[in-house]
Design a protein around this ligand. Structure first.
Ligand SMILES: C[S@@+](CC[C@H](N)C(=O)[O-])C[C@H]1O[C@@H](n2cnc3c(N)ncnc32)[C@H](O)[C@@H]1O
Length: 310
């Protein structure tokens, strides 16, 4: 069977960094002593799919506070065939249309998706979860850049992407993702709710909304809730609590403030005493002289790694 990969596009997705991140995994994951994987800011789940493919993990606890994202994961896990029927219909309809008609279809699905949120019981799986999961995937694949943004009324408001093609129906990958998710417990919750699940044989990966590098990059509104410095500090305190009280292996990603300001030591202060490393996340156009500068991300672990620590 095909290797599973994220079945949605997600801001901050880690697919392109997987090889670099693997260098920093705890050796207990590689030698089989880690039994459980916990990912409390799940998003597209790129790391979960990579780890579940390669390592022997008995169970995984996956969560995110985006309820529609989690609803969709649960449908992929439990009802993939029914979901695929809906996705096939969407794909056929979309492919047969010109761009104007596609926009009309996109807007009508978006309107229905927004109206229906009041009728959904997110705590109990039901028949109407399946078409909603299909709508979530349809909107994700056809909207502008795969963004998920809510307005103040909590309505999804991203415009139609008008791409030439959209991979709405990916049967092989949905089935592979469903298989990978079979030993996962998937819950809509805030990250701190994972506390009770974590023990010393757990590897926890945190990929929170990043601290904005610049004023203009402050797009963090995945769910309508911002993740500013106050929330970053609270997360650092939670990280330290898990380290002290549970003895789990912890790895956390975030933006690197020194990309813009070498004197900004926010994360060195918040995570003092832990290992902070840099991974190369791409290149950005440097306004000064038009050169393309290196953009790094931080990786913070509570264990020694084989990677280079700053
Ligand atoms: C950077 S994304 C995760 C990217 C993901 N690891 C991937 O590879 O695609 C951050 C996620 O955190 C979620 N989130 C934001 N605040 C949260 C909170 N307080 N508790 C749990 N999840 C939260 C958002 O819904 C979003 O999906």
């Amino acid at each position: 069977m095909k290797t599973a990969k994220p079945f949605i596009k997600w801001v901050g997705g880690k697919s392109r960094l997987l090889d670099q991140l693997e260098v920093f995994f705890p050796r207990e994951l590689k030698n089989g002593r880690i039994k459980q994987y916990v990912e409390p800011f799940l998003g597209g789940g790129a790391l979960f799919f990579a780890i579940s493919e390669k390592y022997k993990i008995k169970n995984a606890c996956l969560s995110d506070m985006n309820k529609d994202l989690i609803l969709t994961y649960i449908i992929v896990q439990q009802k993939p065939e029914f979901l695929l029927d809906y996705l096939k219909q969407f794909q056929d309809e979309y492919d047969s249309m010109d761009q104007e008609k596609r926009t009309v279809l996109f807007l009508s699905v978006r309107e229905h998706f927004n109206k229906q949120r009041f009728e959904i019981n997110y705590r109990k799986i039901s028949e109407n979860w399946i078409p909603r999961a299909a709508q979530f995937i349809f909107l994700n694949k056809t909207c502008f850049n795969g963004l998920f943004r809510l307005n103040s009324k909590k309505e999804f408001n991203v415009p139609h992407g008008r791409h030439k093609t959209a991979a709405i129906f990916d049967e092989e990958n949905v089935l592979a993702a469903s298989t990978a998710l079979q030993n996962a417990v998937i819950t809509p919750s805030k990250y701190a709710d994972c506390y009770n699940k974590v023990d010393q044989d757990t590897f926890v990966y945190f990929d929170p909304p990043y601290r904005p590098i610049t004023q203009t990059s402050s797009f963090t509104s995945y769910t309508g809730n911002d993740f500013c410095d106050k929330q970053q500090i609270e997360l650092a305190e939670f990280y330290s609590k898990l380290d002290r009280e549970k003895g789990a292996k912890l790895m956390l990603s975030n933006s690197d403030p020194s990309n813009n300001n070498p004197n900004d030591h926010f994360f060195e202060k918040a995570y003092s005493g832990y290992n902070i490393s840099k991974v190369f996340a791409g290149r950005a156009v440097n306004c000064k002289g038009g050169k393309r500068g290196k953009i790094n991300e931080l990786l913070i672990t509570n264990y020694e790694t084989y990677g280079k620590t700053i």
